[in-house]
Ligand binder design. Structure first.
Ligand SMILES: *Cc1c(COP(=O)(O)O)cnc(C)c1O
Length: 390
């Protein structure tokens, strides 16, 4: 039996007829860019996120970040604080608008931005913070919003992996100045291609972003600002509209699978980990390598990520699982402050030990909604076997 790390085709097999019907509807409509399909989807998303918002469907999660930075007029001379342990786009977009990404360290339990470390890295050039709700769990938003308020900073929530996750009952992405989401196929709501969403509560910002989405053009052929083409296809939104009504159920299925992993792996989870030496004893509650779930928030488990301490153990576990036909992946093997493209940036004012540790030690296990019970038992068994070996 081979168990894929991720397989979206199982999900699409269940709804194939509706997907084909939605695609046919768009093909017949003759309207392929923006238009009523896209507007309907934006309204569906506003409802899903709890209302009181402006939503813009855009070409990708990356482009939604870029659009947020552009709408906030962040550019050369400005600094934006981002986690080092995240997907590249969070920081890449900051550089693309000409601003400087300033990397901050992460919490070893939730993998999210450490608010205390953010404070340490604020300078007089800092304009914004981009917390990422990594792997589907909200960052410490109360603390981050308080820091932002104290220092007059904007907050863009990178909720690419957390569409449907909540913080104190509110959808993540709706708490800062902007929220950005990705519908890349591996995200909890995956398109059949690239797609993203930008939300804000502020109508002026929404209006500005809407104009920037179409080359800063308003009215036609009059350009107010320099924007770009950040439009989403009607075809993708029609397909996403078929999938959105299933999302809560799919997110619940991911939660069930996370629970099964936590229960089944806890006995073996006294796993060799050396994070204590990096961040201080007890930071992981006794050295458990299972992902931490923090209070006041719901986790939607875009990834189930364990920490495999001790030099070489991650590679050995990964190879062992591969030999049993089990797919795994590493999100993310290199912290962003170590990426070649950022080598020209000023040296960070303080080291980033947690980001370094996580990049060297994390391993993500299969957790998509259609993963079967039998498959998951096999994964748990294989991990237990690995740790039983002498
Ligand atoms: C996926 C992702 C993005 C980018 O989204 P795309 O739709 O792939 O452009 C940005 N930030 C994070 C944290 C992501 O996981």
């Amino acid at each position: 039996m081979t168990i894929p790390f991720f397989d979206i085709s199982r999900q699409h097999a269940q709804i194939e007829n509706q997907l084909i019907e939605a695609a046919s509807r768009v093909i017949r409509s003759g309207r392929y860019i923006l238009g009523s399909e896209v507007e309907q989807f934006e309204q569906d998303c506003v409802l899903f996120l709890g209302g009181g918002l402006h939503a813009l469907a855009v070409s990708s999660g990356t482009d939604s970040l870029l659009l947020a930075l552009m709408a906030l007029e962040i550019g050369p001379g400005d600094e934006v604080i981002v986690p080092s342990f995240t997907f590249f786009a969070t920081a890449g977009c900051v550089s693309r608008v000409g601003a400087t990404p300033v990397f901050a360290d992460s919490c070893p339990i939730s993998f999210n931005l450490d608010p205390a470390d953010v404070v340490r890295r604020i300078s007089k050039r800092t304009k914004a913070i981009i917390p990422v709700h990594l792997f589907g769990q909200a960052a410490d938003m109360d603390e981050i919003m308080a820091v932002a308020k104290d220092h007059g900073l904007k907050v863009i929530e990178d909720a690419a992996q957390a569409f449907g996750a909540t913080y104190k009952g509110q959808a993540v992405g709706t708490l800062g100045d902007f929220g950005t989401y990705s519908f890349y196929p591996t995200k909890n709501l995956g398109a059949l291609g690239d797609a993203g969403l930008l939300v804000t509560k502020t109508s002026d910002l929404a209006r500005r972003a809407e104009i920037l989405r179409v080359h800063g053009m308003e009215p036609k052929y009059h350009h107010q600002f320099i924007g770009g083409n950040f439009r989403l296809d009607a075809l993708q939104t029609a397909l996403l509209r078929v999938k959105l009504p299933h999302l809560s159920e799919w997110n619940l299925k991911r939660c069930e699978k996370a629970r099964i992993y936590i229960d089944a792996l806890s006995p073996v989870a006294d796993l060799p980990t050396n994070i204590d030496s990096v961040v201080g004893r007890g930071a992981l509650g006794g050295g458990s390598c299972l992902p931490g779930i923090l209070p006041d928030r719901s986790h939607i488990w875009n990834q189930f990520t364990i920490q495999v301490g001790c030099a070489g153990a991650r590679t050995r576990l990964r190879e062992y699982l591969a030999s049993q036909g089990i797919g795994t992946d590493i999100y993310y093997p290199i912290p962003l402050h170590r990426q070649a493209c950022f080598a020209h940036l000023p040296v960070p004012v303080a080291p980033l030990p947690v980001a370094e540790y996580l990049a060297n030690n994390v391993l993500s296990l299969p957790i998509f909604p259609e993963l079967t019970k039998v498959e998951q038992s096999r994964i748990v068994e294989a991990i237990s076997d690995f740790y039983r070996q002498p």
